[in-house]
Design a protein around this ligand. Structure first.
Ligand code: ZN
Length: 363
């Protein structure tokens, strides 16, 4: 038996497994219930968010032997073949590999034939924005009056590249970047089913670094499992992702506002020994400053959000610095983030930004 990576093994087979997209799923469920089936769906969203999975789920729901359904039976031959990617009436085209008109024409020529086994012949065109101008024109002709037995599902990461003439004929489903909470819940669910030990903080770190994409989160989880010998451990994940712990960032900021040069040097000495994701570091620093400002404005509200230990730290630090200074530090780090691209090394950029903040603190 070949090993299936987590990204493939846990690809959604049911609509409810597509996390963080409640509104879109409700829209599809209702349209199936009301039999308001569209001719052309256009699914957009960032990479790894579930566009192709959603396209395949719609195709399966439309062709289940038990009728058009939001809950395909998974047991009829159409559902099973759809799950194995060998359903004869589901044609998937990767527009990134086949941009030319000749190929698209060849595919579109098959439209006149009725479906062999399913209710509909379904064409999924992935990365549709990559089609050439001529290919889009050929597609447009079909979309103007698609045969009743045919459905199109187009998917793209770059919605603004879709010609208006095509866009206006589509039922647009815009998938949202997935919230951290949903990614963590799904990872917990998967790892429990995989019977794997995990530390909650490690999943938090993975979700933070996933760029709101479930596929990224699963790829990182796979790496973490290999690194941790089938365990997901916070210290290893933290090293793998180059993440500086929030307590260290807190210590650094405290050292800055107290103009504690020795502590700043010690921070850089520690960081020199490991690989650090400096952009993530600056983002966390900005979030911390934002939270301290909020704390100064609504100390009572933050009582409900922060854990007790963190609350006490916020209380102490917010007494040592004015809101005005916090805003100035925020600006220094926010503008500094742009320097990451241009500096000879990201580490040098961050050192320079922190030195700038240090000079501000002693003046
Ligand atoms: Zn079925």
């Amino acid at each position: 038996m070949y090993y299936k990576p987590l990204t493939l093994k846990w690809r959604p087979k049911h609509f409810h497994e597509l996390i963080g997209q409640h509104n879109i799923l409700k829209l599809i469920e209702n349209s199936f219930l009301l039999k308001r089936i569209q001719s052309v769906y256009l699914i957009s969203g960032i990479k790894g968010i579930g566009k192709t999975s959603l396209a395949r789920l719609i195709a399966k729901g439309l062709n289940c032997k038990n009728g058009i359904t939001f809950r395909p039976c998974q047991s009829c031959c159409n559902c099973q073949e759809a799950d194995s990617n060998c359903f004869i009436d589901l044609i998937e085209i990767d527009a990134a590999s086949y941009t030319k008109i000749e190929y698209i024409k060849e595919v579109l020529d098959t439209i006149k034939y009725s479906p062999s086994k399913g209710r509909y012949k379904i064409y999924i065109i992935d990365e549709v924005h990559m089609l050439s101008k001529y290919s889009f024109n050929a597609l447009l002709k079909i979309l103007e009056e698609p045969p009743l037995h045919t459905k199109f599902i187009l998917a793209t990461t770059e919605i603004y590249k879709i010609p208006e003439t095509i866009f206006s004929r589509c039922f647009h489903l815009n998938l949202q970047p997935i919230r951290k909470k949903y990614i963590i819940d799904r990872l917990k669910n998967i790892l429990t089913l995989e019977n794997v030990y995990y530390e909650e903080y490690a999943l938090d770190l993975i979700a933070q670094s996933s760029q709101k994409s479930m596929r990224n989160a699963l790829s990182l989880t796979e790496k973490a499992l290999i690194l941790g010998n089938n365990k997901i451990l916070s210290n290893l994940v933290s090293k793998m992702l180059g993440i500086v712990h929030i307590n260290e960032i807190f210590n650094l900021f405290e050292a800055l506002i107290l103009s504690n040069k020795e502590q700043l040097i010690s921070f850089f000495e520690i960081c020199a020994k490991k690989i650090v994701n400096w952009d993530d570091f600056l983002i966390k620093l900005l979030i911390l400053i934002h939270q301290i400002i909020l704390f100064q404005i609504y100390p009572n509200k933050m009582n409900f959000i922060l854990k007790k230990e963190k609350y006490i730290r916020f209380q102490k630090i917010s007494k040592k610095i004015s809101t005005n200074d916090l805003h100035n530090y925020y600006q220094i780090f926010l503008k500094g983030r742009q320097e990451l691209t241009y500096a000879p090394e990201q580490k040098i950029a961050v050192e320079m930004i922190i030195l700038r903040a240090f000079l501000y603190s002693i003046n």
